[in-house]
Design a protein around this ligand. Structure first.
Ligand code: PEP
Length: 258
């Protein structure tokens, strides 16, 4: 089987100033110690990106991420940020299609698709979020929803570009609720997502694409989730706000490899 490097990401959402970001990074690396085998992505608000750039540069396992971007390169789009601007700050990844963007800011699959296309053209790695609501799960529509989000969101992505993508399975009922998907439940969704990727690309691509789990991941449940065959990492919201907690999650990913 293709070895997939675990990718552990901290999505701070609208939290932490640029000053707090600097002390967070210092504490995080002290707590984590030496790690080589995984990838760590710090995804602060835009304003804290420059403050974290140096902290990330010093650590070969670390990458900088952004929480959103516009699909146009530049222009009259007040309040927006382009992929070019993010690349200029050495940002490596961008979260796209997060459920909060879809639900609170009206982002459709079509908008997500435009953003993914623009990110890939600019050399940014999209972390594409997909996931169902509780009502959709209760109605047994999980597979239909995931399939639609992947088909529509990744429309036009070519086979080479698939290698630059990360998918994050984030069931909405588990985000910020403290309620985590059971490891087997998450594994089932991840295996399904991989099969959909195989159908829109090919088996080798599906075997190498990384699929993170997101939804109330914390130090207490990270290791069990990360031990599942098709779970290649975690996208962590609330528990990543505290550097010590996030360091424990990183260490869980390392423990899984031992
Ligand atoms: C998220 O918003 O991507 C997320 C997974 O949040 P939390 O870990 O707080 O559920």
């Amino acid at each position: 089987m293709t070895a997939r490097k675990k990718i552990i990401a901290a999505n701070w959402k609208m939290n932490h100033t640029h000053r707090e970001a600097k002390s967070y990074a210092d504490l995080l690396w002290t707590e984590v110690g030496v790690v080589n085998e995984i990838e760590v992505v710090l995804i602060p608000p835009f304003t804290a990106i420059p403050a974290l750039a140096e902290a990330v540069e010093k650590k070969p396992v670390a990458r900088l991420g952004a929480q959103n971007m516009h699909w146009e390169k530049s222009g009259a789009f007040t309040g927006e940020i382009s992929a070019t601007m993010l690349r200029a700050l050495d940002v490596n990844c961008v979260v796209l299609g997060h459920s909060e963007r879809r639900r609170l800011f009206g982002e459709t699959d079509e908008i997500v698709n435009r953003k993914i296309t623009a990110a890939l053209s600019a050399g940014l790695r999209p972390i594409v979020c997909v996931g169902e609501t509780l009502a959709e799960r209760d109605d047994k529509r999980v597979e239909e929803i995931l399939k639609r989000q992947i088909h529509e969101g990744l429309k036009g992505v070519n086979s080479k570009q698939f290698h630059d993508l990360v998918i994050a399975y984030e069931p909405l009922w588990a985000i910020g609720t403290g309620r985590t998907a059971a490891p087997e439940q998450a594994e089932q969704a991840h295996a399904f997502i991989r099969s959909v990727i195989a159908s829109v690309s090919d088996d080798p691509t599906a075997a190498q694409i990384r699929i993170q789990y997101g939804g109330s991941v914390k130090p207490e449940n990270a290791e069990e989730l990360l031990r599942q065959q098709d779970i290649d990492g975690a996208l962590v919201g609330g528990a990543s706000l505290d550097a010590r907690n996030f360091a424990r999650i990183i260490r869980s990913a390392v423990a899984v490899l031992a």
